[in-house]
Design a protein around this ligand. Structure first.
Ligand code: BGC
Length: 733
């Protein structure tokens, strides 16, 4: 049986400069076909057309993996597209990042060796077969894509000569063993948004507002004006004067340039995407600027939506929508930190803190399975997990606590949400290596306090704005995460029947060492909000009252949160745990800086990277690092699901086989409702104040095959599947 590995990698046999190639094969069929399958992969991106019809829906195929060791291929059933004489055209984008570091040397990636590999498998009705692989018989021509780059955009000239045919070069030395079947979810065009307003800015720019910060591209009508150049630029925000603002894209040019050949046509980019809400038009006549001529195409991984949350507080509701849009914008084959500037990388810390919210909102099982395989593939021999996956930084640095812990934390939530033991088995060695790396890098066994590279409580507010790493002792965070990750690792190991006694002993020792080294030392860097949160939430302290008192005092003294990427995900959970859900709600509902709702009051439609991405007066934080679509602080989403509405899955009966309902109604919200389409069926929890004093109506739905425990006002109630309604006097928060 032939496979795609029997085909050859090919590339253009002539120097095309930046122009993207199209590979061609004409195929004559002389007998009826039962089934035809096109198998395709590339070093770079590809887009295949059979008889001018686009094959499949996968945008940015073959997907992004740790290219050095794993490259996916796709299989498409193309039986319906076949005719007697067939033309197979496959365009090759220089793609995301086959080699090189797009972050620092992105200019150079256009001259690297992209290549295509494909094979058409034909089964005839008479039982015979054909195999048509990429080889030296294929031809190649220049496409009309003169330039294409993920960050910079695309230049297309519809006047370009695309007819001339060139020979192809067969590349013998590319290792085909790294080709693997697709593991992840396809990136697809998932939605379309229209223009909500055409703006004339004070500077006189013509700007389209799509009303939503999103990831994707614009499909637009190229005017029939031969030789004219039309340009689109993409931005997330307008500046305080209402002008187009692009400085926070850093070096990403986010420019789409099209030269008309005199024919009117709709065009959308092929091998690039942008993060934007606003689009500036350059070179257009006013008669060509109408809302009908432009639409925004939203692209992200085709995951199933499973989680929904609604409440009676408009700003909190918008916050929730922003969290969901943050996921849509950044779950693009891999979980990226941001979608706009010259970064858009698989930052492990961001994914780690957002994994629980993400896995409740969308079914991430397949998405994370693929990416976690890359986490393991890029993991260093010594067990350190890289900062970004796929790792193209290739920095000396790696193994930052809270970032590298993705190795353990993501499989944990995938298991808890979907009951998936396969993922635990797949990732077990990787998790173990990471725990052992931490163990090996302590001044004493049990601490992870002897490693140089940590990002710390990233972007927290307790060390001044310049110090991105926060004030909390980085070795404290490292040692706390050793405890947390090791505990999750032990729990998962037991699920698959591993002997975890070595790690249990390490766990006990870590707790002892941590208490001695970091608790009650009198040092300020050990008593930050984040330090107190970790001590309580990770069950490290033997004196919860003490840490709780410090945490509450700190918040009350300054009146707000100060936490960064490390502390924020657990802040409200921790306050709830110490019986201060009232304070948690106060932080959630705070509308002034710093808070979750402050960006909402400033019109945010996605989560911001910084608490002060935009200031009260509309000016911005440093353009060096100021993304308006960064989901890390969206991790508060899991507090909305598990605590406001009150649905959680129980680790000991994962996949919501046993549901934990723990709603904490709050009068300012009026009502809240969460709905989760678990693998076991639909779960609902809702509550609503009836308007009669403290009277609150609760409703719970438990799917067939699940059981549930409801915790309400210190009471516990057991439920079997069904729908239950009850009215309760509930004071609330
Ligand atoms: C990214 C982050 C990431 C951080 C690491 C930033 O540039 O955007 O979200 O986690 O670097 O420090």
């Amino acid at each position: 049986m032939k496979t795609i590995k029997d085909a050859s990698f090919i590339r253009q046999g002539a120097d095309f400069g930046n122009i993207r190639p199209v590979f061609k094969k004409v195929i004559w069929l002389d007998k009826p076909v039962r089934k035809a399958t096109l198998c395709c992969s590339a070093l770079g991106y590809y887009e295949a057309y059979l008889n001018s019809t686009r094959v499949g829906n996968f945008i940015f195929a073959p997907g992004w993996t740790s290219y050095g060791v794993r490259i996916q291929y796709q299989e498409y059933n193309v039986t319906e597209l076949l005719e007697e004489v067939n033309t197979l055209d496959i365009a090759l984008g220089n793609g995301r990042r086959y080699h090189g570091n797009p972050h620092e040397h992105y200019e150079s990636i256009t001259d690297r060796e992209d290549a295509l590999i494909a094979a058409l498998f034909i089964e005839y009705e008479d039982g015979t077969n054909d195999f048509i692989p990429t080889d030296s018989s294929w031809k190649c021509s220049k496409s009309n894509i003169l330039y294409s780059h993920v960050y910079n955009g695309e230049t297309v000239d519809f006047n370009a000569n695309t007819d001339e045919e060139f020979p192809v070069k067969v590349l013998e030395d590319i290792n085909k063993d790294i080709l693997i079947p697709t593991e992840g979810e396809e990136v697809r065009e998932m939605a379309r948004l229209g223009v909500v307003e055409i703006i004339k800015t004070p500077k006189g720019e013509t700007v389209l507002d799509f009303g939503q910060n999103l990831t994707g591209y614009v499909e637009w009508k190229v005017p029939a004006k031969k030789g004219r150049e039309f340009k689109l630029y993409h931005a997330e925000v307008l500046d305080k004067d209402g002008n187009f603002y692009i400085d926070n894209m850093r070096s990403a040019k986010v420019e789409i340039k099209v030269i008309s050949d005199g024919n009117e046509r709709f065009y959308k980019p092929h091998f690039t995407y942008q993060g934007f809400r606003y689009v500036k038009l350059v070179g257009f006549d006013s008669e060509d600027v109408s809302t009908d001529n432009f639409s925004a195409v939203v692209v992200f991984s085709n995951m199933k939506r499973i989680g929904y949350f609604a409440c009676g507080h408009d700003l909190v509701q918008q916050l929730y929508e922003n969290i969901v849009w943050g996921q849509r914008g950044n779950f693009l084959d891999i979980p990226t930190d941001c979608n706009q500037r010259d970064e858009r990388l698989g930052w492990t810390g961001d994914a780690q803190v957002f994994a629980r919210t993400a896995s409740t909102t969308y079914r991430t099982k397949k998405f994370f399975k693929k990416w976690m395989h890359d986490v393991a593939a890029d993991q260093r021999a010594n067990g350190a997990v890289t900062d970004v996956v796929p790792d193209l930084h290739n920095w000396e640095s790696y193994g930052s606590s809270a970032w590298a812990d993705v190795a353990v934390v993501v499989p944990y939530w995938v298991y808890r949400c979907y009951g998936d033991t396969e993922n635990i088995r797949d990732q077990f060695e990787s998790m173990k290596k990471w725990i052992l790396f931490m163990e090996a890098n302590g001044t004493r066994r049990g601490l992870f306090d002897n490693h140089e590279h940590h990002f710390g409580d990233w972007l927290s507010l307790d060390a001044g704005n310049e110090a991105t790493g926060g004030f909390t002792d980085k070795n404290l965070i490292g040692s706390a995460y050793l405890i947390y990750s090791n505990r999750l690792f032990i729990e998962m190991g037991k699920v698959i029947g591993e002997d975890m006694s070595y790690f249990e002993e390490l766990y006990d020792l870590s707790i002892k060492e941590y208490r001695q080294k970091y608790l009650n030392t009198g040092k300020k860097e050990h008593e930050t909000q984040t330090a107190n949160v970790l001590a309580i939430y990770f069950d490290i302290t033997d004196n919860v009252e003490r840490e709780a008192e410090r945490l509450v005092r700190d918040i009350e003294d300054c009146g707000h949160l100060k936490t960064g990427f490390v502390g924020t995900p657990y802040l409200l959970h921790t306050l709830t745990k110490i019986g201060r859900a009232d304070l948690a709600y106060k932080l959630l509902l705070k509308e002034t800086f710093p808070s979750w709702l402050f960006p909402v009051t400033k019109g945010a439609t996605t989560m911001w990277e910084r608490w002060d991405g935009m200031k009260e007066d509309g000016s911005f934080a440093t353009p060096e690092m100021n993304s308006f679509n960064h989901y890390a602080y969206g991790s508060v989403g899991d507090w909305l699901y598990t605590t406001v509405a009150g649905i959680d899955s129980d680790f000991s009966a994962p996949g919501y086989k046993h549901i934990v309902f723990r709603p904490l109604p709050c009068k300012s919200l009026g009502y809240a409702k969460a709905r989760i389409l678990s693998d076991n069926g639909e779960i609902i929890s809702s509550w609503e104040y009836t308007g009669k004093g403290d009277e609150c109506k609760f409703r719970f739905t438990i799917p067939t095959g699940s059981t549930a425990t409801l915790y309400l006002d210190d009471e516990e109630y057991e439920f079997k599947s069904g729908t239950y309604e009850t009215v309760f006097e509930y004071k609330g928060y």
